[in-house]
Design a protein around this ligand. Structure first.
Ligand code: TMP
Length: 215
């Protein structure tokens, strides 16, 4: 009996209004067209319990201390990893995750100013060996992202109601992380046309799949 090769973990990151939803559909369809099996999930969320935690985190009526926010993100993440991500990778599926631990580094570490060491300590405890194979960071200036979110017309969640300075720190937190881990991150200027963004995503996926062909 041969062991099933593990799938790839691909994470999608970016500030509000960066266009992650459109990108996620594109990536999913591209991988499937390549003949790969794909499991999609999101954070915070993915399982029933983690989606419940998401509701608490996003509820705009909630007033939450930053450490509570960070711990709830990791509580949801522990569920998502145990119930969805690890089982899918083990059976050879690629996992496409809309946000992962880099979001905690950017939003809680940088945005809420909790610092990277608390996030890294939790990451080391919750998923010591799990690291994305590729992280696509869709980068847009804060003003552009906020304008896109405003145009959606939907009610703002607790994060979307934060001030510009918070989002500037989040954006910088992401870019700093990309600088620290250039082998894992691909930063894409998401102010470009959808076609251009998708062609850059495709280039990154092609390189990854060539490097790690089994999925
Ligand atoms: P979404 O808008 O991409 O669905 O993400 C929900 C919000 O949760 C978004 O504003 C970013 C935030 N978030 C964090 O603050 N830390 C995290 O670790 C994750 C996964 C998301």
């Amino acid at each position: 009996m041969t062991d099933t090769p593990r799938g790839l973990l691909i994470t999608l990151e970016g500030g509000e209004g960066a266009g992650k939803t459109t990108a996620q559909t594109f990536i999913h369809d591209w991988l499937v067209a390549e003949g790969r099996s794909v499991t999609t999930t999101r954070e915070p969320g993915g399982t029933q319990l983690a989606e419940g935690i998401r509701d608490m985190l996003l509820d705009k009526r909630g007033d939450m201390a930053p450490p509570t926010e960070l711990l709830l993100m990791f509580a949801a993440r522990a569920e998502n990893i145990a119930k969805i991500i690890e089982p899918a990778l083990a059976k050879g599926h690629d996992v496409l995750c809309d946000r992962f631990t880099d979001a905690s580094r950017a939003y809680q570490g940088a945005g809420r100013q909790l610092g990277l060491s608390s996030v890294d300590a939790l990451a080391e405890w919750v998923h010591p060996t799990l690291r994305p194979d590729l992280t696509l960071l869709l980068d847009v200036p804060v003003a552009v992202g906020m304008e896109r979110v405003g145009k959606r017309g939907a009610a703002l969640n607790r994060f979307e109601m934060a001030d510009v300075e918070f989002f500037e720190r989040v954006r910088q937190g992401y870019l700093d992380q990309a600088t620290r881990e250039p082998d894992r991150f691909v930063v894409i200027d998401a102010t470009q046309s959808i076609d251009t963004v998708q062609s850059k995503i495709k280039d990154a996926l092609l390189e990854l799949v060539v490097r790690r062909p089994h999925g």
